[in-house]
Design a protein around this ligand. Structure first.
Ligand SMILES: Nc1ncnc2c1ncn2[C@@H]1O[C@H](COP(=O)(O)OP(=O)(O)OP(=O)(O)O)[C@@H](O)[C@H]1O
Length: 266
């Protein structure tokens, strides 16, 4: 299996399958706002691609189109070789928002089982799968807790578990760690990289305003311009995985942060 996630990361890049293809993709909302204008981007299997850009540049709109929650008004979008709607119906895509969106009246495990219940999976299988992903995110001792009993970081772990339970190939995360304190955020970054590396096929698209976070996590960074949203540049982060805390203090990290920041400013 080819992977972008090992030490030979960059040699494999050109051979991986194309998971998302945007060709002159555009979105004009009914009120006339052009949120996304003629974006061209190809995203490959196993990538960790971050979108950075100023507020209102269309990052969430691109995510909504990839998950089939909003239709493009121009151009072409292919997700897993089919339409965005079809990919969502096949459970190929899953979404994690900044707000954890857990149901407050359901326990952690019931929240995590919900996507499988909606698909008619048997109670026994739902339980097994939910226990599996809750263990992956370190919440095995909190399965019966209610969301209000969890810290912010634990709620986000539960949200990630709920997204992973249907084994999506493409995980979209819209500022998932934006509301967390810096230490929790850095811990979850490491945990997310570890989850991503466990599944060679899994591709993560991640929106953040934080350039340091983007550089730490990504294989590539798409830098967007202010409205109407376009991709200004796509910057490689050619640093092999696994990455650990020491990466944040290397000259290479500083060089890439500088390059992304300069692209954002010009
Ligand atoms: N449903 C809508 N109807 C009309 N305009 C919209 C709608 N949703 C978003 N917009 C506008 O489209 C533009 C892009 O919005 P979007 O939420 O995609 O940006 P963003 O980059 O994700 O912003 P942020 O970083 O602040 O979350 C903004 O100008 C926004 O006001």
């Amino acid at each position: 299996m080819l992977t972008l996630k090992g030490d030979d990361a960059m040699t494999a890049v050109t051979e991986a399958k194309e998971w998302v293809r945007m060709e002159r993709l555009s979105k004009v909302y009914p009120n006339g706002t052009t949120a996304v204008k003629e974006v061209d981007l190809s995203i490959r299997e196993g990538e960790f691609l971050c979108f950075v850009g100023p507020s209102g540049c269309g990052k969430s709109t691109i995510f909504k189109m990839i998950t089939g929650l909003s239709n493009p008004t121009g151009g072409k979008l292919t997700v897993m070789g089919t339409t965005a709607n079809e990919a969502r119906k096949r459970s190929d895509t899953a979404f994690v928002f900044q707000d954890h969106t857990l149901l407050p009246w359901s326990s952690v495990i019931d929240n995590v089982m919900l996507p499988l219940a909606l698909r008619g999976v048997s109670r026994k299988e739902r339980q097994q799968e939910a226990e599996r992903v809750l263990a992956m995110v370190g919440l095995q001792d909190h399965m019966r807790s209610m969301p209000r009993e969890l810290s912010g970081g634990m709620k986000m772990r539960a949200s990630i578990a709920r997204a992973l339970v249907a084994k999506p190939k493409l995980l979209l995360m819209d500022e998932p760690f934006g509301a967390l304190d810096e230490i929790t955020r850095q811990t979850l970054q490491l945990e997310l990289l570890s989850l991503w590396r466990q599944d060679p096929e899994m591709t993560i698209l991640f929106v953040t305003h934080n350039v340091f976070e983007a550089v730490f996590l990504s294989t590539r960074i798409a830098v967007m311009t202010p409205r109407p949203g376009k991709i200004d540049d796509v910057i490689d982060v050619p640093v092999p995985f696994p990455r650990d805390e020491t990466f944040r203090s290397t000259p290479e990290f500083g060089r890439i942060v500088h390059s992304v920041s300069m692209t954002l400013k010009h």
